[in-house]
Write a protein that binds this ligand. Structure first.
Ligand SMILES: Nc1nc2c(ncn2[C@@H]2O[C@H](COP(=O)(O)OP(=O)(O)OP(=O)(O)O)[C@@H](O)[C@H]2O)c(=O)[nH]1
Ligand SMILES: [Mg+2]
Length: 361
């Protein structure tokens, strides 16, 4: 049987005093053939130089130096995507994760053909080196997450896990990659819910050197991912975003039209027409950047997309008018008729633009 190999991904931000220590622990403890990828976000404390000097001595050590890009989840992702081997293990640089777990997780993944193995801080009631506050927050977070994942995991917020690279590549486009909690992002994605997952307990240690990078904004990023995943269980998130952009468009329309009319720039019909086009361009831009950011159009495609968007939305407007007029004849109140017309037009606009402008299947 051939010896299995693993890629170890270690995101770093100002971890100069931990780099050498983690390398030497991995060299001593990991019993598989390995490569170690440091993904550094242009740390100013000399982390990059330290990794470079290690890499010169031992070619199994690699550096991804990210300039102008930031964030733990996206750094972890870049590390996994650039790995050479099929099994990737993510660990912190500060040695909070017991390196022995790299062997334990790999053994289990191979034995049971798993896609993900989580190093759980809470399995078997581990003693944690976390403050009481942090421990409680993690426990509450883990319980909340159960609402979405529906699988019995004790620590889906863990920062240390193994993932099968091929499976990761397949689901990568479904991820948000914001904040610290990439494991939750993976497991709660549509394809992530189908992964074969198990846990092993981990001894969670105190940070060895340097300072924590956990900030309050990270909590907000987690809450955003959590809410988005929760909504996504029931309605496509792109539809929610499309409706939000549409609603913003109505507000913009109101302000621009009022401005034109208050300043007597044009007759009502010219002002209304010009405003409609401005709003359509702004809605298209917002949808292209945010709602359908994964299939973002650029260059000539952008203009072709804009044309299609305007074409479909113009029909949407007629559609809305036809439906609301019909409902009025059935003696629905004007407001109900208007609202139902608007909802039908939103659905029409969404479905056609989703399918033909941004070419989603
Ligand atoms: N590349 C990169 N690495 C990061 C970033 N933020 C944190 N890291 C690294 O990610 C790992 C986890 O960060 P920590 O600050 O230890 O976060 P934590 O373990 O959740 O929090 P503590 O328990 O307080 O240490 C460390 O190796 C950090 O250097 C980032 O923005 N970019
Ligand atoms: Mg840490």
């Amino acid at each position: 049987m051939t010896q299995k190999s693993i890629s170890i991904v270690c995101p770093t931000l100002n971890e100069v005093n931990n780099v050498e220590a983690i390398y030497s622990k991995i060299s001593k403890i990991v019993s598989y053939e390995w490569e170690l990828i440091f993904v550094d976000d242009n740390s100013q404390d000399g982390t990059r130089k330290k990794v470079e000097s290690l890499s010169k001595k031992d070619r199994r050590v690699r550096l991804i130096n990210r300039v102008g890009r930031k964030g733990l989840a996206s750094a972890a992702s870049e590390g996994i995507l650039s790995s050479v081997f099929d099994l990737c293990v993510l660990i912190d640089a500060d040695l909070q994760h017991d390196i022995n777990n790299i062997n334990t997780m790999t053994n289990l993944a191979l034995k049971k053909s798993l896609d993900v193995v989580v190093s759980s801080r809470f399995k078997n009631q581990q003693i944690l080196s976390l403050s009481r506050n942090r421990e409680n927050m993690s426990r509450i977070g883990n319980n909340l997450i159960d609402l979405i994942l529906n699988r019995k995991l004790t620590d889906p917020l863990s920062g240390c896990f193994l993932v099968n690279k091929e499976k990761y590549i397949q689901l990568h486009h479904e991820l948000f990659l914001s904040g610290f909690k990439i494991l939750f992002d993976i497991l709660s994605s549509k394809s992530g819910r189908l992964l074969k997952v198990d846990e092993v307990p981990i001894k969670f240690l105190k940070r060895r050197s340097g300072a924590s990078k956990l900030r309050k904004t990270i909590l907000l990023q987690f809450l955003w991912t959590f809410c988005a995943r929760y909504i996504e269980k029931y309605i496509p998130l792109t539809f929610v975003m499309f409706c939000i952009v549409g609603s913003l468009g109505y507000c913009l329309h109101y302000f621009i039209l009022s401005y034109f009319l208050d300043n007597s720039f044009a007759s009502f019909s010219i002002a209304q027409l010009t405003t409609s086009y401005i709003v359509m361009v702004s809605n298209f831009w917002l949808n292209n950047t945010y709602t359908f950011g994964q299939s973002k159009l650029s260059g000539i495609e952008f203009f072709i997309g804009l044309f299609k968007f305007m074409f479909f939305c113009s029909f949407g407007a007629f559609f809305s008018l036809a439906i609301s007029s019909y409902l009025l004849t059935l003696e629905f109140s004007p407001i109900v008729s208007g609202m139902l017309g608007a909802v039908s037009a939103s659905l029409w606009n969404y479905v056609l633009n989703f399918r033909y402008t941004w070419k989603n299947i």
